[in-house]
Design a binder for this molecule. Structure first.
Ligand SMILES: Cc1cc2nc3c(=O)[nH]c(=O)nc-3n(C[C@H](O)[C@H](O)[C@H](O)COP(=O)(O)OP(=O)(O)OC[C@H]3O[C@@H](n4cnc5c(N)ncnc54)[C@H](O)[C@@H]3O)c2cc1C
Length: 472
């Protein structure tokens, strides 16, 4: 079994040949720091809107090296954060609904760009299933559905599937029901990142790899090779942001870990089903997410070791044997026939979590400094919407995107260490214990534990769609 090496997604397509580094100091109209989805989509839409712009993207490793080349491949319309928190914006609930509507359209926008630009990322819009595998999980699903209805989501956005309806789509051991939403697509994440980077560079954007930015200030991004001077400098470094000077407590670098099986045989797929390629999650407190890949594997992710002391980052993506074993147990419990395919590869990545779990798209017109991120595990589609929004903000064009409630949103800073480390570790310990008790049919006590976890995290626990521990 391979462990780390960035991700299986990258190993499957082959790690890329590095593009040149920044040769020396230069000037640009826009300088983007970080070549993940956020940076690349921003460059894409800026260049399309104004082909004459000189856009420089500076990337520490290579395009798609971060979470964008390691994720679960859910192009999901799920809100990156809590409805009630976004509703504190002057636009209130209307703004939240507008943001949710834009995210739903974004799933189709990503598919459209892939089609129009010839990016073959295995995108299939099969929707998403959240299964309940215990009575307690099922009760949470139903409460979540009621909450969604109260916010105005109709059957065409989310609906409950009983066990019979679920089984027609896929067989998950012990599943008692599920929520289904059509607003999600499955993708091969590294193919999307690599394809997008190719489109962007062919359009004339200058993408420099192996070029770490050591500091950002108004009009300037500093690198060891020289400075890029630009009236707009955009920080698109999500889970890596804590390593930038002055940003240690802005976004918590949360780890997420994945495993992928070998290809399953025809008989196994016949027994599982999953012909619709829905993305699949469960309703546990310490949540898992999965997809059926184009070549017939199951990729499954979950938390593992959630956070390293002092916002430490693990660039290689290697994960602990205990995490592989833990994810393997969940996989075999859900899909016993998957055991025969073994586990080919395991890896992890970092995503950015703000203290209130709500994402931000920010542009200060005075300084020309902007940033987007903090998608809390829902960044694949959100980064596209954020990129389009940053492009409008840079160009100073008021649009329906520039008034969305995440624009200019300010999250509190994280606590200093060791409180940050103890809090995140404690939170997951509580949720895991709650999950164990629920599996054993002792759910009444779990709500107390889960609520203690909520107090630590500062997130509303129910409904999960409104921003509790729905983090990939
Ligand atoms: C394992 C895992 C599973 C996930 N699953 C999903 C999912 O299924 N669906 C979903 O919606 N979201 C998911 N996410 C979250 C999602 O992948 C991210 O939110 C999203 O990819 C963030 O994109 P980004 O461009 O903002 O950041 P990144 O992709 O992390 O890109 C940031 C880039 O900045 C570069 N960089 C950092 N510091 C510097 C510097 N100083 N100088 C220059 N460059 C720098 C990095 O090398 C990196 O390439 C997952 C995340 C992980 C880790």
């Amino acid at each position: 079994m391979h462990n780390g090496e960035v991700s299986w997604w990258w190993q499957a397509r082959g790690l890329p040949t590095r593009r040149p580094s920044l040769p020396g100091g230069t000037q640009a109209d826009v300088c983007i720091v970080g070549a993940g989805y956020t940076g690349l989509w921003t460059a894409y839409y800026l260049k399309r809107a104004d082909p004459g712009l000189r856009i420089v993207v500076l990337e520490e490793a290579f395009a798609g090296f971060g979470a964008s080349g390691r994720n679960g491949g859910w192009v999901t319309a799920a809100l990156p954060g809590s409805r009630s928190r976004y509703a504190a914006h002057p636009q209130g609930r209307r703004g939240v609904r507008e943001l949710e509507g834009q995210l739903r359209e974004t799933v189709d926008e990503v598919a459209r760009v892939c089609r129009d630009e010839g990016i073959d990322a295995g995108l299939v819009k099969g929707g998403t299933l959240t299964v309940a595998t215990s009575a307690a999980q099922d009760a949470r699903l139903r409460r979540r559905l009621a909450q969604d209805r109260a916010w105005g989501d109709e059957e065409d956005t989310v609906r409950y599937l009983d066990k019979t309806e679920l089984t027609r789509r896929l067989q998950v051991t012990a599943a008692v029901g599920a929520l289904y939403s059509p607003h999600c697509a499955r993708v091969q994440p590294a193919d999307l990142a690599a394809g997008l980077a190719g489109v962007v560079t062919r359009s004339g954007v200058l993408l420099y790899e192996a070029t770490p930015v050591t500091s950002i200030s108004a009009g300037r991004a500093r690198t060891p090779a020289g400075d890029v001077q630009a009236p707009f400098v955009l920080r698109c470094t999500e889970g890596f942001t804590a390593a930038m000077p002055g940003q240690r407590r802005t976004l918590l670098p949360m780890n997420s870990s994945m495993i992928i099986t070998g290809p399953l045989g025809d008989a196994a797929w016949k027994s599982i089903g999953w012909d619709g390629f829905e993305t699949l999650g469960d309703e546990a407190h310490a949540y898992i997410y999965a997809q059926r890949t184009t070549d017939g594997r199951i990729a499954l992710g979950g938390r593992g070791i959630p956070y390293r002391f002092g916002s430490g980052l693990d660039h290689d993506g290697a994960i602990a044997a205990a995490t592989v074993a833990q994810l393997g147990r969940i996989l075999r419990r859900m899909f016993p026939v998957a055991a025969e395919a073994g586990i080919d590869h395991a890896w992890s990545g970092v995503l950015g979590v703000p203290r209130d779990w709500c994402a931000t798209v920010m542009m200060d017109p005075r300084t020309g400094l902007g940033w987007a991120g903090g998608y809390s595990g829902h960044g694949v589609a959100a980064a596209n919407l954020a990129g389009r929004t940053l492009a409008d903000l840079v160009r100073g064009i008021p649009s329906p995107l520039t008034t969305l409630p995440w624009v200019g949103h300010r999250s509190p800073r994280w606590e200093p260490e060791p409180a940050r480390w103890a809090g995140v570790r404690g939170l997951y310990a509580l949720y895991r214990t709650a999950d164990r008790l629920e599996s054993a049919g002792r759910s009444p006590r779990t709500s107390l534990l889960a609520r203690a976890g909520d107090l630590i995290s500062g997130i509303a626990h129910l409904p999960r769609a409104a921003g509790s521990l729905d983090v990939q």
